[in-house]
Design a protein around this ligand. Structure first.
Ligand code: S3P
Length: 179
């Protein structure tokens, strides 16, 4: 259900624009903004690539869960926009928390070729997007989306296909859906 006054959680694959759209949505609505990856990097004092290298993905996922739990708590006492990492739906407990929190979940849906183009063209990818599977490039994007999209869809109150949209058009669509 769309909660018109409440907090908004942005879901979607790497490169779907969660952070950029989130900042813009926060400005447009006067809500605060939280980016889970940013908080995680701050707490660990390391880039995501470095966290994976030193401690491995399971450690990263546990920290991601703690950061999510804290963000959801903050979002129940004031209206926030929360940009998640693409893998936030991997752990069942995260999905349960997001479902129970009853914030409005928005899935920024994007096609595989466009996701790959955006991630490959983003200078921060090397620091923040370590390899997650045995395959790479567009194949990895496709494998991950195949595994995760059912979860994004199941959680979403609103789905916006962002494949051909710029940031302001995505923000407009989200606002139209929550108003
Ligand atoms: C991940 C996505 C990244 C970041 C980390 C893991 C994933 O966030 O949390 O590299 O598992 O898809 P973005 O979706 O913001 O790139």
């Amino acid at each position: 259900m769309v909660n018109r006054q409440g907090s908004i959680i942005l879901l979607g694959a790497r490169g779907s624009g969660k952070t950029t759209v989130g900042r813009s949505l926060a400005r447009a609505t006067g809500r605060g903004f939280i980016d889970l990856d940013e908080i995680l990097i701050e707490r660990a004092g390391l880039s995501i690539a470095e966290i994976f290298k030193r401690y491995g993905q399971p450690w990263f996922r546990r920290l991601e869960s703690r950061v999510l739990r804290d963000a959801l708590r903050a979002a129940s006492s004031r209206s926030l926009i929360i940009a998640t990492g693409g893998g936030v739906v991997v752990r069942q407990v995260n999905r349960q928390w997001m479902k129970r929190a009853k914030h409005t979940c928005v899935y920024l849906k994007c096609d595989v070729a466009e996701l790959h183009r955006r991630v490959a063209g983003d200078a921060s990818s090397a620091m923040n997007r370590p390899a997650l599977t045995g395959v790479s490039g567009i194949e990895e994007v496709s494998v991950l989306l195949g595994q995760r999209e059912p979860h994004y869809v199941a959680l979403a109150d609103i789905v916006v296909d962002v494949s051909t949209l710029d940031t302001s058009s995505v923000v407009e669509r989200v606002l139209a859906a929550v108003r």
